[in-house]
Design a protein around this ligand. Structure first.
Ligand code: IPE
Ligand code: IPE
Ligand code: MG
Length: 237
């Protein structure tokens, strides 16, 4: 039977794309676009909270993004460090639990320490949940999940979907109901490929640094009008 989704997504994943194009359009370096992108995160988190959406997963750096120029990778890593350091206190005060998802062993020791500190300090918070995907790839995540189950002695010949879902970085969270991608590209770029199996996709031409509260509200309004069928048939509204 058709299962209409609730009008509000319980979990939103955001592919924050277009920082480079935003900067180029202004004659600036790509790093200026990444810096401007941080401001957009603040606005969107605030707007999501006000709208009643309390679980966000932000795609900040993919397992494929290492192929960018060294300088750009270094800038991004420095921004992640600075932002974590600058924002954790306030997020904690607001009751937000922070989690970084991805293969963190490839991150600098300094960033790993900041991540662990942020996660530990906010571990008991329950007002909101912020996942930041850094060195994240959906394929890597599935491989890591299977490896984890195998090393725990699971019989992989009997593997069930729930079991694998429970071994992913997002274990315990609802699947994203809505995936937003800025800057127009119609692809998932390896983001939450398991969890987003039935997510609604919303793509906007707006570059990430320009994305704000109004854009989030537009995405939520669009989502509220979708008919989610989950493979069933459409029931009259
Ligand atoms: C998204 O913006 C940020 C990251 C992938 C880290 P881009 O840097 O991909 O911006 P475009 O796609 O080049 O405009
Ligand atoms: C996806 O953006 C990754 C992040 C937003 C972190 P990309 O800019 O890396 O994606 P492609 O290369 O256009 O698919
Ligand atoms: Mg891009």
């Amino acid at each position: 039977m058709a299962k209409p989704g609730p009008a509000l997504p319980r979990h939103i994943g955001i592919i924050m794309d277009g920082n480079g194009r935003w900067a180029r359009r202004r004659g600036l370096r790509r790093s200026a676009g990444h810096k401007a992108g941080i401001q957009a995160i603040r606005r969107v988190m605030d707007a999501a909270d006000k709208a009643g959406v309390h679980c966000l997963t932000l795609y900040a750096f993919s397992t494929e993004n290492w192929s960018r120029p060294r300088q750009e990778v270094a800038t991004l890593m420095r921004l992640f460090e600075q932002t974590l350091q600058a924002e954790v206190d306030e997020l904690h005060r607001n009751g937000v639990r922070i989690k970084v998802i991805g293969r963190r062993e490839q991150l600098s020791t300094r960033l790993q320490r900041l991540v662990e500190d942020a996660e530990q300090r906010t571990a008991d918070n329950s007002v909101g949940m912020l996942n930041v995907a850094i060195n994240y790839g959906g394929r890597a995540e599935i491989v890591d999940g299977v490896r984890q189950l195998a090393s725990a002695g699971a019989d992989l010949s009997q593997l069930e979907e729930d079991q694998l879902a429970g071994a992913l970085y997002t274990a315990g969270l609802p699947d994203p109901d809505l995936i937003i991608r800025t800057a127009g590209e119609m692809r998932t770029s390896n983001f939450l490929i398991w969890q987003a199996a039935y997510a609604e996709l919303y793509v906007t031409e707006t570059y990430w640094p320009d994305f704000g509260a109004d854009d989030l509200r537009a995405a939520l309004a669009d989502y509220a009008g979708r008919d989610r069928r989950f493979g069933g048939v459409l029931e009259p509204r």
